[in-house]
Design a protein around this ligand. Structure first.
Ligand SMILES: [Zn+2]
Ligand SMILES: [Zn+2]
Length: 139
């Protein structure tokens, strides 16, 4: 586990988005006043912004990293956002985005939960690639 508050992101992270080819994602990211969706993964509740397609893909990939089911809500969950720092982050539109194929999803979470979800996403991608490689081998 990494301890400490600071994440070593490049300083220009908040100023340049990667090119986003999905118009629906771009529109969602450019209207930060809109209601975010919520990813429920294990005990984590993380607000997300993106188009429905790419949010669903993001959820599916993260779902590979849990034995429980990853869930996507388009309303605030009944229990609210458990982490107070994530709760505050919802109101900060300048959040890093994660590329999901040709779209992008913004994580409106505190740095700790952001990096946790991004790690899960990358682990999930590896799993997905392994599964796809197996399908190709056997078909
Ligand atoms: Zn999209
Ligand atoms: Zn948090």
């Amino acid at each position: 586990m990494v301890s400490g508050e600071s994440l070593h992101h490049p300083p220009d992270e908040h100023e340049e988005y990667p090119p986003i080819r999905c118009d629906a994602c771009r529109a969602a990211l450019q209207s930060p006043d809109g209601m975010p969706s919520f990813l429920l993964l294990d005990q984590l509740t993380v607000p997300l912004v993106g188009c429905t397609d790419h949010l669903t893909q993001f959820k599916t990939v993260c779902g590979y990293t849990t034995t429980a089911t990853a869930e996507l809500l388009n309303h605030r969950p009944a229990g609210g956002v458990g982490c107070p720092s994530c709760h505050l982050a919802v109101h900060n539109p300048q959040q890093p985005v994660v590329q999901v194929q040709d779209g992008a999803v913004a994580l409106l979470a505190c740095p700790r939960h952001q990096s946790e979800i991004i790690n899960r996403f990358h682990t999930g991608l590896d799993t997905q690639h392994q599964l796809e490689a197996q399908f190709e081998t056997f078909s």
